[in-house]
Design a protein around this ligand. Structure first.
Ligand SMILES: [Zn+2]
Length: 329
């Protein structure tokens, strides 16, 4: 893998390339930042570049070391990437045993620990002892969403890189430039991306059509805002039939009411559904500002209720009532 795989984070890439080139490599690094910003891939690429036989600023992709690293089978590159609530002492012991053996085929060993803030106190203490006096050939990369959740004594022994979310406008720009999106589609996708480009791309490439789903959802919302009789039964049925897309439906509604609020408060430049401006305007005339801002909490709650399977009918009835209420006053 090469650094071009990761979108944005240019200053971190530059810095990591300099480190690989200078060979002034520390024993510990912390990659901190929100989910989906490329921390784990960046750590793999950095590790690969250090092990690369051609020793350039970034992996050559053709040497035997790079080929092994790309296949995930490099014996000198170890990952701890657990899908558990915590990283326990025995997980860390497994890593520590490997830290104290010689590299198999390189002159260094790379250890990448994902979600390192999940280390239990026992695990963190065991780990700290190693980090205080690591073997000379060892490089440890800790990945975390929040450095404050790591022991300060661990954090202080590592060089820290902070990954940033990509801005809304940056995502729009990349979608238009590299992914064949129109401006209005790009704004919509960026609006649903939560600052994560990969999420926007996934929505674009999804087997179902987000824009078509949005049209259905807006038809329902429009019916409710018109005061039309939308029976709880039909509403329930819609959610039930589209259960796989509950998250998207809820998000579409949230972004919609956010747009309505922006329109009402004359912050139109923030509107995401710019291709539906007329409908936004229509709803903003009918909507009560307070109810409109309250709806977010209800939508969030509905999502959680549906996810927890706790009283689906009640959750949906309640949401229907709340949306109808937005209109009054
Ligand atoms: Zn290589």
């Amino acid at each position: 893998m090469q650094y071009s795989l990761i979108i944005g984070q240019d200053s971190i890439k530059k810095h990591l390339k300099q480190i690989a080139k200078s060979k002034q490599i520390s024993h510990g690094y912390i990659f901190e930042g929100p989910k989906g910003t490329g921390k784990f891939d960046m750590a793999k690429i950095f590790g690969q570049s250090i092990l690369c036989r051609n020793q350039g600023p970034e992996p050559c992709e053709i040497c035997s070391s790079c080929i092994k690293a790309n296949s995930g089978n490099h014996p000198d590159m170890q990952y701890l990437d657990l899908d558990e609530d915590s990283i326990k002492r025995q997980d860390i012991d497994g890593i520590l045993n490997k830290i104290y053996t010689k590299p198999y085929e390189s002159n260094r060993k790379i250890f990448i620990i994902n979600e390192s803030h999940k280390m239990t106190v026992q695990a963190a203490n065991a780990f700290l002892k190693t980090l205080e006096e690591p073997p000379a050939d060892t490089i440890i990369i800790l990945i975390t969403t929040n450095i404050n959740l790591l022991l300060p004594t661990i954090a202080s022994r590592c060089q820290h890189f902070r990954f940033e979310e990509i801005s809304f406008n940056e995502i729009v720009r990349i979608l238009v430039r590299d992914y064949n999106s129109t401006e209005s589609e790009a704004r919509l996708l960026a609006g649903y991306s939560k600052g994560i480009l990969q999420r926007a791309i996934n929505i674009k490439h999804k087997t179902f059509d987000l824009l078509a789903l949005r049209d259905q959802v807006l038809e329902i919302v429009d019916g409710l805002m018109d005061g039309g009789r939308f029976t709880a039964f039909r509403f329930e049925k819609y959610f039930d039939q589209n259960k796989a897309h509950t998250e998207e439906i809820i998000e579409i509604m949230m972004i919609w009411f956010r747009d309505v609020l922006f329109y009402k408060t004359d912050l139109k430049e923030n509107i995401i559904n710019i291709d539906k401006l007329e409908l936004v305007a229509k709803h903003s005339k009918k909507a009560n500002s307070i109810k409109c801002s309250e709806i977010f909490g209800h939508l969030q709650m509905t999502y959680e209720d549906i996810n927890n399977n706790s009283n689906f009918k009640y959750a949906i009835d309640h949401l229907l009532f709340e949306i109808q209420e937005v209109r009054h006053g």
